[in-house]
Ligand binder design. Sequence first.
Ligand code: NAD
Length: 260
Amino acid sequence: MTWLDNQVALITGGASGLGRAVVERFLDEGAKVAVLDVDRDRLDALEHESDDVLTIHGDVTSFDDNERAVSETVDQFGRLDVFVGNAGVFDDNVSLPELDADDIGTSFAELFEINVLGYLLGARAALPELVETEGRIVFTASQASFNSDGGGILYVPSKHAIAGIVRQLAFELAPTVRVNAVAPGYVPTELSATDTLGGDRAIVTAEEFDASNHPLDIVPTPEDYTGPYVLLASRENSRPMTGTIIRADLGRSVRGITSV
Ligand code: NAD
């Protein structure tokens, strides 16, 4: 018996990086998994991997796309137990003085639409099904939900917003649907190793990452972070948890470390 037997999950941003690792791990744990992502090529590659995977091409900033993802998931697998809000983009560590005053609103809106509104729209679209199954919502937060050094003036506030959403939504949806998050530390993915908004400043590449700076002293992979997602997605094993943000940060926070 595995932890997610007979469970159905929908994961946004599951075509790459952390989300992709969570998809693989959920499959290993017995779940059927649907993935909503904008990356058509990667979705096609994923779809061919297993009959237990359904891919939906769409944008998390569109409520229609989120609703379509939920209905296709239920059509294919019969139910929805877990919604994982994970799709996100980075801001190249941009600072307020660097932002062109005329573009601040556009840059802010674009990043917040994906990183924050995308989570809310996905949760809203999934909610009727999650109420039916007494399901779980799991969000990808970040160390940038607590600290200021994991991104710039757009990304860090967007991840702080996720902490607020977890706490408020946990309260609103109790006791039927539980809402928790995983806050990963640094992990080399496209988001962290390249910039996603057209600049040239990554957070840090795997080669530059100073693991000895962290108590656990490992260069993590996306797979290393999947355990907390399994725990929070599991009906039985996360039963007493809602409004919780699990810090999976290589011990960074207990040492007050301020750089990756
Ligand atoms: P990634 O770039 O490898 O994966 C992000 C995925 O989201 C991609 O498949 C992309 O196509 C998809 N996506 C982007 N915009 C989308 C949209 N509008 N609609 C649908 N799909 C969209 O990045 P990652 O590092 O795996 O990031 C996943 C999550 O993890 C993000 O929320 C990120 O903030 C968070 N995170 C990352 C790190 C890190 O160090 N990489 C650390 C903490 C938290």
